[in-house]
Design a binder for this molecule. Structure first.
Ligand SMILES: [Zn+2]
Length: 429
């Protein structure tokens, strides 16, 4: 397929081969989530080609990395790169050109924080993904869901009644040619899922329950039926795609599990019975703890409308309970920052510390950020571990990340390599 790559394949003799780089004496977070090493890691042509003690250089450029720690590039399974504000008035007053530049800025901040691969949970379109692939902006490799789908009046319905303006969950006026986002029947689900697939979505994102930060809905109230969710799973599977579902708990979460979705987003009110079913079915939990911590803090400080405040305070005790329930049942946990504010993009790794505070064992927090996220996204053959054959995506730190709480600090990542190239050059390199 020479036309597709413009005739510039990796085997083209006119393309200059870059010499390998060997990072010497690096401590690495292994597949188990424990720190190993020191080892040498050789990178060539965007791949990790050798890992071990005393790796041969073969004309390589060697970098002394004694005392430096590396983990595989972080996989963020739930971000919103195209959302920089949740203030509807501000969003409506922002020109589309500025919003595009804000998304590029969010992508840059995200990859520079150490996230080399991300799944967008609503907002990012195929154009943003293509722009990043073409190198028009720095950013993570991306899988997208395009829109958040919900019932009329549900979590992703941003309708402004005074203006009778249909807004998406991110507060934007949906583009005329884009997929719809409201479904009220199995037939609606089938049509909208097909529209998302037409728009290039790798994922279908649906809201199976309400939300805490909203006026009318409830985190335990089901918003889509089992039949509607099953239709989404079946339609997505026709194209080899999968479904991610916003669900806090209750019947809506049961409906999602019965439908066979790939991941539950938030899941804060998960019961032990539901956790056992998730473990049995291999359903991932993406608990988005850091935004929930932030919401609880805002509620306690009174910086929240009353309608949101009561619901947020009601889930507060669950932040210490949900991860022990999931973990002891054997549920696979993957990291999702749920970043949807300008200040949150680039603070994605704070979620690792939040997972730890939530009671997930430290090595599982590091796994959630790397290999488990890669497994959820179906990319674990090339990402999520520092092993020969993997794509050379790495996050470097000048300290041992084993306690995970270091990720609360913005400056913890001191080097980022994506596809074998420095995005943030470590001072030693
Ligand atoms: Zn989200």
């Amino acid at each position: 397929m020479r036309a597709a790559d413009g005739g510039m394949s990796r085997h083209d003799p006119t393309v200059t081969a870059t010499p390998p780089v060997v990072l010497r004496d690096l401590h690495v977070v292994g597949r188990t989530g424990h720190v190993d090493g020191p080892v040498d890691v050789r990178l060539q042509e965007g791949r990790i080609t050798a890992v071990g003690p005393r790796v041969a250089g073969d004309g390589s450029r060697d970098v002394d990395m004694a005392g430096v720690f590396a983990m595989a590039g972080v996989v963020d399974c739930h971000t919103h790169l195209a959302v920089s504000s949740t203030d509807v008035v501000e969003i409506l007053a922002t020109p589309a050109s500025v919003r595009t530049l804000q998304a590029a800025d969010a992508a840059r901040r995200t990859v520079r924080a150490g996230v080399t691969f991300a799944r967008d949970a609503g907002g990012a379109d195929a154009g943003l993904r293509a722009g990043l692939v073409r190198g028009l902006a720095e950013g993570p490799s991306l899988q997208i869901s395009v829109v958040m789908i919900s019932r009329t009046g549900g979590h992703a319905d941003g309708h402004l009644p005074e203006l009778d303006l249909e807004l998406a969950a991110d507060g934007r006026i949906p583009p005329p040619g884009g997929p719809g986002h409201l479904v009220d029947s199995v037939d609606d689900v089938r049509r909208v899922v097909r529209q998302v697939l037409r728009a290039g979505g790798e994922w279908i994102k649906l809201c199976a329950t309400g939300e805490i930060a909203s006026d009318f809905d409830d985190p335990l109230a089901p918003e889509l039926s089992e039949a509607e969710l099953s239709t989404a799973v079946v339609e997505a599977a026709v194209r080899g795609r999968r479904v991610m579902v916003h669900a806090y708990g209750g019947e809506g979460l049961d409906n999602a599990l019965a439908a066979g979705v790939a991941s539950i987003e938030h899941g804060t009110l998960l019961t032990e019975r539901q956790a056992r079913r998730m473990a049995r079915q291999g359903t991932f939990l993406v608990p988005t703890m850091s935004v929930l911590e932030g919401a609880v803090q805002s509620a306690r400080e009174g910086q929240m409308p009353d309608s949101h405040r009561a619901k947020t305070l009601a889930i507060a005790p669950r932040l210490a309970e949900v991860l022990p329930i999931a973990s002891s049942a054997g549920v696979a946990v993957a990291l999702g920052s749920d970043a949807a504010e300008h200040s949150a993009h680039g603070r994605n790794l704070a979620e690792i510390a939040a997972l730890r505070r939530g009671g997930l064992p430290a090595h599982d927090c590091l796994r959630a950020a790397t290999i488990e996220g890669a497994r959820l996204l179906g990319i674990d053959d090339t990402r999520g571990a520092i092993e020969p054959g993997m794509i050379a995506d790495l996050a470097l730190l000048d300290e041992d990340p084993s306690d995970c709480l270091c990720f609360d600090r913005d400056d913890v990542v001191t080097g980022v390599i994506q596809n074998g190239r420095w995005v943030v050059r470590h001072p030693r390199a």
